[in-house]
Design a protein around this ligand. Structure first.
Ligand code: PNS
Length: 162
């Protein structure tokens, strides 16, 4: 049986922590879909089209990584895509409570779906999209924390309020 995994999230923007988890997932599962939640935030920094374009460019050489968007309940999307594994990254103990709630709620909604937690490389354990946006918008350096393409797109948006 081939395993199709879904890595859901907002990805506003994609960070090197996300990239690390996706690469690990692509090695572990037959296929992994990076599923971007539409309308996750009221005022995202990157449009959905930009987020998809960035992720597709970053993973263009990974044939078993697919970039897609979804709306509504994750478990409904999983059913539509016939996927059985949700991948989530765990950076620190502080992530655990929220992640456990989501994993158990998703299991309550759909028993056939399993959530698998993966740890990113230690050098990415402090990165979040929220902090990247905050640090960059206040003039801080994010080089090495996000893919080069994201850094370039952030620079293009310089001056945009978050
Ligand atoms: O990267 P994020 O923003 O922490 O991802 C959160 C996400 C997208 C995984 C979560 O909000 C989600 O699955 N939303 C879809 C709606 C849904 O299914 N909600 C119930 C989850 S228990």
């Amino acid at each position: 049986m081939s395993t199709l995994a879904v890595y859901p999230g907002s990805f506003d923007p994609l960070t090197n922590g996300h990239v690390d988890i996706i690469e690990r997932g692509a090695r572990l599962f037959d296929r992994i879909i990076v599923a971007m939640l539409v309308n996750a935030e009221k005022s995202p920094m990157f449009t959905m089209a930009e987020r998809v374009e960035i992720a597709r460019a970053v993973f263009k050489n990974h044939p078993n990584v697919e970039i897609d968007t979804f709306d509504g309940l994750l478990v409904n999307y999983m059913q539509r895509r016939k996927a059985n594994v949700i991948v989530r990254g765990l950076r620190a103990v502080s992530d655990f409570e929220y992640e456990m709630q989501m994993a158990l709620m998703n299991r309550e909604l759909e028993k056939a779906v399993e959530t698998v937690f993966m740890m990113p490389a230690a050098q990415y354990s402090f990165i979040s999209s929220r902090l990247i946006k905050e640090v960059f918008s206040l003039g801080g350096r994010v080089h090495g924390l996000v893919p080069d393409l994201v850094e370039k797109k952030l620079q293009e948006k310089q001056g945009v309020k978050i």
